[in-house]
Design a protein around this ligand. Structure first.
Ligand SMILES: [Zn+2]
Length: 376
C-alpha cells in the first residue's frame, strides 16, 4: 500500500472520529454516525503502524480534537492493544489545554486500559484518582466495584457501595445488599451461620425488596422449610428459587416434602405454578403434592399438551413418568425452562444472582410456558 494512502486513511479516520464524537455529544441524532464510525474503524487493518504514527503526531498537537483520540484508543483496546490505548489516554490526561472533565474521562479510561491488561491494582489507583473529580465520581466508584467483583473482594465492595449510595441511593443500596449476601453465603458455606445471619440482617437494612433476602436465608440456613416458603409470599421467583434450593437437600424426605408443599399451597394457592415450574427443573421435588401442581399448571397453560400426554394420577406419578413428561414438554415448548437476563438477554439453565455476561445483579427472569407470573 502506498504511504500516501495510509496517511489519507489516518486523516479520514480522525475526521470521522471527530464527527462521531461531536454528533454523539450533540444528542440522540449522533448515535447512528457514531456507530458508522466504529464499523468503519473495524474494517481498517489492525496495527497499521503508519496510520498510527500519523495519528499520534496529530494528537500531540495541542489543538487536536480529543474525541478522535478517545475513539482511536477505544479501537486499539477492543483489538487487545491496551498499551497503545494507554499511551493515548495518558497523553490526554496530561494535556493542560483540555478541560477537567475530559482529563478525568481519560483517567477513567486509563483504569480500563489497566483492567484490560489484568493490572487490577493500577486500574484501581486510576479509578480512585478519578473519583476525586466529583462529576465522574459515580462512574469511578462503579468501576472500582467492577474490580472488587472480579476479585470477589466483598468486604471492600460493601464499603464502596456505601459511597455509591451517597451518589445514587437505590443503586448503592441494591449493590450493598448483594455484596452482604455474598459475604453471608461465604460464611454459611464455612458453617458459620451466626455470622451469615448478621450479614443478612445488615443487608435487610436499607435494601428494598430484593428477592435474594427471601431466598438465601431460606436455602442456606433452612431450619424450617415451612417458614422459609411462607416467607416468599407472593414473590413467585423467590418461591421457585427456595424450592430449587430445597430440592435434594438431606433431611427432606418424600413424605415431608409432600406435607410441606401440600400445606404451603393450601395456604397460598398462588404458589402452585412456582411448584410446577420448580418440579420441571428439579425432579428431586417429585411428590404427590408437587405432581398435582404440575398437572394443574399444564391444564391451565398448555391444555392441548396436558390432554395429549394425559394427566395421570398424581399419587401414582413416578420419577420415570416425570422424566418422560419433561422430555415431551421440552420438545413441545422448544427447550427446558431457562433463566434470562433482562438486561442483556443472556440465557442460563442455572440461576445466578449476577449475570455472567453483563454483570447485572438480580436481572434473571424465568422463561418457561409454565413460568409463574412475576407479581412481586
Ligand atoms: Zn446480563
Amino acid at each position: 500500500m502506498p504511504p500516501d494512502f495510509l496517511v489519507s486513511m489516518a486523516g479520514g479516520l480522525i475526521l470521522a472520529a471527530a464527527f462521531g464524537y461531536w454528533f454523539a455529544r450533540s444528542g440522540e441524532s449522533g448515535r447512528g454516525l457514531h456507530r458508522r464510525f466504529r464499523e468503519y474503524a473495524q474494517r481498517l487493518p489492525r496495527r497499521s503502524e503508519k496510520a498510527v504514527s500519523a495519528y499520534l503526531e496529530q494528537a500531540e498537537e495541542e489543538s487536536s480534537e480529543p474525541g478522535a483520540a478517545f475513539e482511536l484508543a477505544a479501537y486499539f483496546r477492543s483489538g487487545g492493544d491496551w498499551r497503545r490505548a494507554l499511551q493515548i489516554h495518558e497523553s490526554l490526561a496530561a494535556r493542560e489545554d483540555l478541560d477537567a472533565a475530559t482529563r478525568a474521562h481519560a483517567g477513567l479510561e486509563i483504569g480500563d486500559d489497566y483492567r484490560a491488561a489484568g493490572m487490577l491494582d493500577r486500574a484501581e489507583e486510576a479509578y480512585v484518582r478519578t473519583a476525586e473529580y466529583l462529576p465522574l465520581r459515580l462512574n469511578a466508584l462503579e468501576r472500582q466495584l467492577g474490580v472488587c467483583e472480579q476479585l470477589s473482594d466483598w468486604e471492600r465492595a460493601v464499603r464502596i457501595a456505601e459511597q455509591v449510595r451517597r451518589e445514587d441511593r437505590s443503586l448503592g443500596s441494591r449493590l450493598r445488599c448483594h455484596y452482604l449476601c455474598e459475604l453471608a453465603a461465604q460464611a454459611a458455606g464455612e458453617g458459620e451461620l451466626r455470622r451469615a445471619r448478621s450479614y443478612w440482617r445488615k443487608a435487610a437494612r436499607g435494601a428494598n425488596g430484593s428477592a435474594r433476602l427471601l431466598v438465601d436465608p431460606a436455602v442456606l440456613d433452612a431450619g424450617d422449610p415451612n417458614r422459609a416458603l411462607a416467607h416468599t409470599g407472593s414473590n413467585s421467583l423467590a418461591a421457585v428459587l427456595v424450592l430449587l434450593g430445597l430440592a435434594g437437600r438431606d433431611g427432606i424426605s418424600g413424605k415431608e416434602l409432600d406435607e410441606l408443599i401440600e400445606d404451603q399451597v393450601s395456604d397460598n394457592p398462588a404458589l402452585g405454578p412456582a411448584v410446577a415450574c420448580a418440579l420441571l427443573m428439579a425432579p428431586e421435588l417429585l411428590c404427590p403434592a408437587s405432581a398435582r401442581c404440575l398437572f394443574a399448571s399444564l391444564e391451565e397453560r398448555l391444555s392441548s399438551f396436558a390432554r395429549m400426554y394425559g394427566s395421570g394420577r398424581p399419587e401414582e406419578f413416578t420419577g420415570e413418568a416425570l422424566e418422560a413428561l419433561v422430555c415431551e414438554f421440552e420438545t413441545a415448548t422448544g427447550g427446558p425452562p431457562l433463566w434470562r437476563c433482562t438486561i442483556c438477554g443472556h440465557q442460563d439453565e442455572a440461576h445466578h444472582w449476577r449475570c455472567s455476561e453483563c454483570g447485572a445483579w438480580e436481572s434473571a427472569r424465568l422463561i418457561s410456558v409454565l413460568s409463574p407470573s412475576t407479581s412481586e
